[in-house]
Write a protein that binds this ligand. Structure first.
Ligand code: TPP
Ligand code: MG
Length: 315
């Protein structure tokens, strides 16, 4: 059962982002988009272990996190189209998704800056004596921001119910982690040394990740304090935008091919021996949902000028 739930979330992310990519040249989505194609397994494997009351914050690459946290697909597409029916009332675009109903507290284009906000949310859950936890999604590049270490330190000091999820795709734009951090340094090991237990996982192996997330999430709910999961994965598209950019040769061909041959969706279907008929019917259902979401976005109005200053500082 869980295998199909995970598949459904991964497929939804993949098919939505492929549709965004197909339609992007129409110039009706007038904001930068950072796609998670290739990285879908991480949020999908986590999502089946989350409660609606859990809170999450995310980054510039936020569509997958938003959908996995139970965000509304039509509202997400409308937001990317800048429409008033969007989850941020059309004022945020792809990188600034907010949906309080889904516990999705916001994403930000400024690398690293949602991390302390996620820690603060963990503090608020603690003060409310809630059994919910705070999820902080970020990339490997964000671990080069000073605020990341301040946030880890504070979460460890106060034993906050925070799960740090690092999607390590080895790149910050065009620069490999090898050229940014000393050889052999592990994000999970540094985190453990700072008092936030870190676990390294294959970010393209959905089922293994799911059981590890189940363990880590239940430990945090039981009061273990913060933990970090570092998931090794890979984006297959360009850093920002709908295209491929491997013609720029910033990533070795063998590396790209290794990850293409480890596609998380194909791997999951094969390893879990999922029925291909069932996979097809899930796919058909999602395709209808996506078509409806784009229609909703296209038909929705832009926010009126009179709303310009509405919601600037609060919902
Ligand atoms: C503070 C700050 N510095 C630089 C940038 C430019 N920038 C946008 S995304 C990005 C790379 C981030 O890499 P990572 O955190 O690994 O996320 P990924 O894009 O790989 O998912 C950079 C440097 C920014 N948005 N904010
Ligand atoms: Mg990265």
């Amino acid at each position: 059962m869980k295998e199909f739930q995970i598949l459904e979330i991964m497929l939804k992310i993949r098919l939505v982002e492929e549709e965004i990519s197909k339609r992007y040249h129409q110039q009706r989505m007038r904001c930068p988009t950072h796609l998670s194609i290739g990285q879908e397994a991480v949020p999908a494997a986590l999502s089946v272990n989350l409660l609606q009351t859990d809170l999450a914050v995310s980054t510039h690459r936020s569509h997958a996190h938003y959908l996995a946290k139970g965000g509304n697909l039509s509202k997400m597409i409308a937001e990317i189209y800048g429409k008033s029916t969007g989850c941020s009332r059309g004022k945020g675009g792809s990188m600034h998704l907010v949906d309080l109903d889904a516990g999705f507290m916001g994403s930000s284009a400024i690398v690293g800056n949602s991390i302390p906000i996620g820690v603060g949310l963990g503090m608020s859950l603690r003060l409310d004596k809630s059994d919910a936890i705070s999820i902080v999604f970020f990339g490997d590049g964000a671990t080069e921001q000073g605020v990341y270490y301040e946030a880890l330190n504070f979460a460890a000091l106060k034993k906050l119910p925070v799960l740090f999820v690092c999607e390590n795709n080895s790149y910050s734009v065009y620069t490999s982690k090898k050229d940014r951090q000393p050889a052999g340094r592990s994000i999970a090991t540094v985190s453990t040394a700072m008092g936030v237990i870190g676990t390294e996982l294959d970010g393209n192996a959905a089922s293994v990740m799911e059981s590890e997330f189940a363990r880590v999430v239940s430990e945090i709910r039981a009061g273990s304090g913060p933990q970090l999961v570092e998931c090794f994965t890979y984006r297959t598209r360009e850093h920002c935008g709908p295209n491929f950019d491997d013609n720029l040769n910033y990533r070795p061909e063998a590396e790209v091919n290794y990850w293409l041959n480890n596609d998380p969706i194909e791997k999951h279907i094969k390893e879990q021996e999922l029925s291909l008929d069932k996979v097809r019917s899930v796919k058909t259902r999602i395709e209808i949902e996506i078509k409806d979401a784009f229609e909703f976005a296209e038909k929705s109005p832009f926010p009126p000028i009179s709303d310009t200053y509405l919601g600037e500082y609060s919902q």
